[in-house]
Design a protein around this ligand. Structure first.
Ligand code: PNS
Length: 165
């Protein structure tokens, strides 16, 4: 049997912390689907869904068992559609836990056959988030240590444009 896991998130934009979790998950499951999903608590976001998918695809070309997709419905519906047995989420700090735990319990209620697996963030990325990257970039800081080099120019371009508006 092929063990499929989903790594869902807003990825607005993907960071080195996300990529670390995705890479480690890809070593534990046969197939990983990185899913750009809709978080009702974050309205809109900075990057479009297709930009987020594009960034992820460009950063993940070297991991053969990883694909990227997007979905605007319930995560568990997507999991059932593709036959995934697990949802993989990264945990950075205790502050992440409450919300993640709640989501895991709700998803378990909706789809008991899909387990949520938490992977603890690597120490290097404990502090890192997409919102931090956006904020550093907005104020003209260097984001090269936080996101892969190939997507830096696109992030800078979009966020500096937003600042001018
Ligand atoms: O990166 P994020 O914003 O923490 O990811 C949260 C996300 C997008 C995975 C979560 O909001 C989600 O699963 N959205 C899809 C809709 C859904 O299934 N909601 C019920 C989960 S409680």
């Amino acid at each position: 049997m092929c063990d499929i896991a989903i790594c869902p998130g807003s990825f607005d934009p993907v960071t080195n912390g996300h990529l670390d979790i995705i890479k480690r998950a890809s070593e534990k499951f046969d197939k990983i689907i990185v899913l750009v999903s809709y978080n009702a608590k974050k309205n809109g976001g900075t990057f479009t869904v297709s930009e987020r998918v594009d960034f992820l695809k460009r950063c993940l070309t070297d991991i053969p068992n990883v694909t990227v997709d997007s979905y605007d419905g319930l995560l568990v519906d997507y999991a059932r559609k593709v036959g995934a047995s697990a949802i993989v989420k990264g945990l950075r700090a205790v502050s992440d836990f409450e919300e993640e735990f709640q989501m895991a319990l709700i998803n378990r209620q909706l789809a008991p056959e899909v387990d949520t697996v938490f992977m603890v963030s690597s120490l290097d990325y404990m502090y890192l988030s997409s919102s931090t990257v956006r904020e550093i970039c907005y104020f003209g800081g260097n984001i090269e240590n936080f996101v892969p080099a190939e997507i830096v120019p696109d992030i800078v371009k979009k966020i500096s444009k937003k600042k001018q508006i």
